[in-house]
Write a protein that binds this ligand. Structure first.
Ligand SMILES: [Cu+2]
Length: 136
């Protein structure tokens, strides 16, 4: 019994270590829309741009296309060059998945990806927090 327990603890740590190199999609909701953000790379890396995908679904989990979507990246702590640069996102396949490419994440620390979307008569903004580690 003791042996099984210690094995499980070791296994749990190994799993956590592996997980620190991987960041799952972030989810949130606003105005009855369910949002999911994926980035590549994940986690975001200092000195790199990222491919960003926003999934928009409605209250019954159906993808929402034909929205006007844009996002910006900023650091809440201070001014950065891209603070007011909005990237248009495009739903290429009309399946509620909007794609765009960020600018460079030029330093480590707290960053925000802020999405602004217009779907029909609805217009919402939703922010997602990220923390970038300086490279070792
Ligand atoms: Cu900064």
């Amino acid at each position: 019994m003791m042996r099984i327990a210690s094995y499980m603890i070791v296994g749990g740590c190994a799993l956590l270590a592996a997980c620190s190199d991987f960041q799952p999609a972030k989810t949130g909701s606003v105005g009855g829309y369910e949002l999911q953000v994926k980035t590549d790379p994940a986690p975001l890396m200092v000195g790199q741009n990222a491919a960003v995908t926003l999934s928009i679904r409605d209250g019954i989990n159906q993808p929402v296309s034909n929205c006007e979507v844009r996002f910006r990246q900023y650091m809440p702590g201070h001014e950065m060059a891209l603070d007011n640069t909005f990237v248009l996102m495009v739903d290429q396949a009309k399946v509620g998945l909007y794609d765009g490419k960020s600018g460079e994440f030029s330093m480590g620390g707290e960053w925000v990806l802020e999405f602004d979307f217009i779907c029909g008569a609805d217009h919402y903004t939703k922010a997602f927090d990220y923390k970038l580690e300086w490279p070792e």
